[in-house]
Design a protein around this ligand. Structure first.
Ligand SMILES: *[C@@H]1O[C@H](CO)[C@@H](O)[C@H](O)[C@H]1NC(C)=O
Ligand SMILES: *[C@@H]1O[C@H](CO)[C@@H](O)[C@H](O)[C@H]1NC(C)=O
Ligand SMILES: *[C@@H]1O[C@H](CO)[C@@H](O)[C@H](O)[C@H]1NC(C)=O
Ligand SMILES: *[C@@H]1O[C@H](CO)[C@@H](O)[C@H](O)[C@H]1NC(C)=O
Length: 327
């Protein structure tokens, strides 16, 4: 929780600083309190601890407050660090490189052997009380594996990952493991449309791409679970939110953008339709996210990142987004 709060504070601080640096008279809606919860002066960062290794392209982070562990995924490696002192030499490491044979296959597919033909860890999350789950691009042939948390070693042979993990390191992607069910959103390969899916063995569900396309060249940046069923008197379901930027299908005079920021939502208990929408979400909804300074005609239509701050009740959940300009 401490970590979560300070990240949120940093985001607020950064947003605020950017606005000031750009010289906007930053007028705030009255109901939004943007006072930073925590201010860190640059001098306060001097004693900060760093973790370094020979690995590059750090891509995923999972902080678990209870065990004081910070799990980090990178290119060809995953690390378990002591969150109280990440610099400590006690870091546990899993080396997981793509084989020379696989790298050659990747090169033969026309991929870049300086960036794409490596095993970039794209998913690293808790699976159950004893195991984590990890997926890597594995030089354009995604694989996934369980990790025994205590010892931090792979507990099984890697399994097929192409339905859960993108092929490349830069493809927009988000994943959530909730109650041992794996939800992912991405464009998995070049010849398929991006989708939001719940993976087998749980009843598999997807967004529709024909005849009506629910997503249009979506580029995913994040996802979040909001548990609304706990203590709900109306029998409400848990909701899962997906954040992305996609191609605009609307022709409006106000915005000339080709892309728009969006949030989509599905119900966790969705089982798909019976006659229509078989194996498709029946609860899928999406809407536009706007972040703009209309008086300057600035419309920040590209969503770059999101952070979720859970409140005491589901209604108190706050989503922070980092938006950018298309140009
Ligand atoms: C990975 O890191 C290397 C070295 O820092 C950099 O040149 C490369 O662009 C990075 N690749 C990705 C996919 O971020
Ligand atoms: C983590 O680091 C803290 C501070 O150095 C230390 O007190 C603690 O014992 C370490 N925990 C583990 C599990 O090594
Ligand atoms: C990439 O492939 C080229 C041949 O196409 C080879 O000359 C080069 O050494 C390879 N680079 C790496 C980093 O493997
Ligand atoms: C967690 O999942 C792993 C992989 O399926 C399994 O081997 C392990 O027994 C599970 N642990 C518990 C406590 O169910």
């Amino acid at each position: 929780m401490r970590g979560a709060n300070s990240v949120a504070a940093m985001l607020l601080l950064l947003t605020f600083l950017c606005a000031v640096a750009a010289g906007f008279p930053f007028r705030m809606p009255l109901d939004l309190d943007v006072t930073p919860r925590l201010t860190v002066l640059s001098s306060g960062l001097q004693g900060c601890r760093r973790f370094g290794s020979s690995a590059v392209n750090y891509s995923t982070m999972l902080l678990e407050a209870d065990s004081e562990r910070l799990y980090v995924g990178a290119r060809g490696a995953a690390f378990a660090l002591n969150a109280s002192d990440i610099s400590a030499s006690s870091a546990l490491t899993i080396r997981w490189e793509a084989s020379a044979e696989q790298k050659l296959q990747c090169l033969l597919k026309g991929k870049d052997n300086k960036t794409e033909c490596f095993n970039h860890i794209r998913l690293l999350q808790r699976f159950n009380s004893t195991h984590l789950y990890m997926c890597g691009t594995h030089a354009f042939r995604p694989l996934c594996a369980y990790i025994h948390e205590k010892t931090f070693v792979m507990s099984s042979q890697p399994e097929e990952g192409r339905d859960k993990c993108p092929y490349g390191p830069m493809t927009g992607y988000t994943a959530l493991i909730i109650d041992q069910q794996i939800y992912t959103a991405s464009q998995y390969d070049f010849w398929s449309y991006p989708d939001i899916r719940r993976n087998p063995p749980s009843p598999a569900l997807k967004t529709e791409d024909a005849p009506t396309r629910w997503l249009n060249e979506a580029d995913f940046v994040g996802s979040a679970l909001v548990r609304e069923s706990l203590g709900s008197s109306t029998g409400d379901d848990d909701k899962i939110y997906f954040f992305f930027t996609e191609k605009s299908q609307e022709q409006t005079t106000t915005y000339s953008h080709s892309r728009v920021a969006r949030v989509a939502r599905v119900c966790k208990g969705d089982r798909g339709g019976h006659l229509t929408l078989q194996k498709r979400w029946t609860s899928f909804l999406k809407t536009r996210l706007t972040c703009s300074l209309p008086e300057y005609d600035f419309h920040f239509n590209m969503l770059r990142s999101v952070f979720v701050m859970h409140g005491l009740t589901p209604q108190d959940t706050l989503f922070y987004g980092i938006f950018g300009l298309e140009w």
